[in-house]
Design a protein around this ligand. Structure first.
Ligand SMILES: [Zn+2]
Length: 341
C-alpha cells in the first residue's frame, strides 16, 4: 500500500511565501505583484512586509490566494550596520480573520492606526520569544536567509520550534550571498530538530530588467485540498509541500509492504537521498542509461534517523523535500520482506 509523505489529495499550488510590496520597502503594489506572479504560474503569495501586519483578503479569488503575513527581526546591537547579525522571521497567519501582528502590544496604538509590536533582543532567548508569540497566535513561523543575516551554528542551533527555514532565498542569492542552505538544515536535523524547508523570492523588485531582479527564483509547491485560505495553511502546518528553484516533484510515498520510499519527479538528471548519517545515495540518469530519472526507489534504515530528497535538473537547480524522521513512518524493521538496496 502507498502511504503518501506529501498528500496525494487536492492540487499543487505554486507559492511565494516571502515578499515585499509598497506596504514596506518593495516597489510593486500588492495588486501589481498578484498580476505579475499569476502570469508566471503562481497561485499563492504570502505578503510579508517588514514590521507591519496588513491583511490582503480582498486580493483572493478562485484562482489566487493572498496569505497575510509580516516579517520581523531581532537585531544585534553595538556593531556597525553591515556587521550586526540578525534573525529575520516571517509570520504567516493560519487564519484569514487574524488582523493583529503576532508580537503586538494589545493596547499600544501607533499614529498610523497599527498596533505597536515589541522588539526582541538578538539572542536565542529573544528569538524563541518571537517564535512562541507566532505559534501562540496561530502563525506559520519561518527562519529567513541565515547566510545574509550572518548567523552561525551557535546562533541558529538555539532556536526552538520554527515551523520551517528558508533552504533558499532568491533575493539574497542575486545579491551574491550563498543562500542555498542544505548544511544549515542538516545541522539542525541531526540535532533532532524537526522543521520544514521552503524556498522563497523575498522580492523587493527594485532593479527591473537586470540580473538583480529578485522575482521567480525560489518557490514552494504546496499540495492542498483547495485554494481556500485554511486548506493552504493546513497544508503548510502539515508539511505538504517541497521547496524548488527548478525541478518538479510529483509524488513522494512509502510502500508499506517493503518499507521503500519512492519519489516521482520530472527532468531529473540526479537524485540524492540525504540521511542523518554519512551513507548518502546518489542516482544519476546517465548511469541508469536514461535521459531523465522519473521514479527512484530508496531503502530506509532505523539508523538513518531521518531522510530527505534533493532532485537536480540539468542546470544544477534543485528541488528539496522536507525531512522525514524514520520513527514517524511506522516501518516494521523486523519485516523480512524489507526492501534493501
Ligand atoms: Zn524579507
Amino acid at each position: 500500500m502507498k502511504k503518501y509523505l506529501i498528500s496525494n489529495q487536492g492540487h499543487w499550488y505554486k507559492a511565494n511565501l516571502h515578499s515585499h510590496s509598497t506596504v514596506s520597502d518593495g516597489e510593486l503594489t500588492p495588486e501589481q505583484m498578484k498580476e505579475l506572479y499569476q502570469t508566471h504560474g503562481y497561485s499563492v503569495i504570502a505578503f510579508t512586509d517588514h514590521n507591519r501586519f496588513v491583511t490582503h483578503n480582498e486580493l483572493s479569488d478562485e484562482r489566487f490566494l493572498a496569505l497575510n503575513g509580516v516579517e520581523d527581526s531581532a537585531d544585534e546591537t553595538g556593531k556597525s550596520r553591515f556587521r550586526n547579525k540578525c534573525c529575520d522571521i516571517c509570520f504567516i497567519a493560519g487564519d484569514p480573520d487574524r488582523t493583529l501582528h503576532p508580537m503586538q502590544y494589545p493596547d499600544k496604538v501607533k499614529g498610523d492606526g497599527q498596533y505597536a509590536a515589541w522588539k526582541a533582543e538578538y539572542s536565542p532567548f529573544g528569538v524563541n520569544g518571537m517564535i512562541q508569540a507566532g505559534r501562540d497566535n496561530g502563525f506559520f513561523v519561518t527562519h529567513n536567509h541565515p547566510c545574509w543575516s550572518l548567523e552561525e551554528y551557535r546562533d541558529y542551533m538555539g532556536y526552538r520550534d520554527m515551523h520551517a527555514m528558508e533552504i533558499f532565498n532568491w533575493s539574497s542569492a542575486v545579491d551574491g550571498y550563498n543562500e542555498y542552505n542544505p548544511d544549515i538544515y542538516d545541522d539542525q536535523l541531526r540535532a533532532g530538530k524537526r522543521l520544514f524547508v521552503i524556498a522563497t523570492d523575498d522580492n523587493h523588485n527594485r532593479r527591473p530588467g537586470t540580473c538583480h531582479w529578485d522575482s521567480f527564483g525560489g518557490w514552494t509547491m504546496i499540495k492542498a485540498k483547495s485554494l481556500a485560505y485554511r486548506d493552504v495553511t493546513d497544508a503548510l502546518f502539515h508539511g505538504d509541500f517541497y521547496a524548488s528553484r527548478g525541478p518538479v516533484i510529483n509524488a513522494l510515498w512509502l510502500d508499506t509492504e517493503d518499507g521503500s520510499v519512492h519519489i516521482e519527479c520530472e527532468k531529473a538528471v540526479k537524485v540524492v537521498l540525504t540521511r542523518g548519517g554519512r551513507r548518502l545515495r546518489a542516482v544519476y540518469a546517465a548511469e541508469e542509461g536514461v535521459e531523465y530519472l522519473t521514479e527512484i526507489k530508496f531503502s530506509v534504515d532505523p539508523n538513518d534517523i531521518y531522510f530527505r530528497v534533493t532532485v537536480f535538473d540539468e542546470n544544477g537547480m534543485t528541488a528539496d523535500t522536507n525531512a522525514y524522521f524514520v520513527d514517524t513512518l511506522g516501518i516494521d524493521f523486523t519485516n523480512e520482506n524489507l526492501f534493501r538496496e
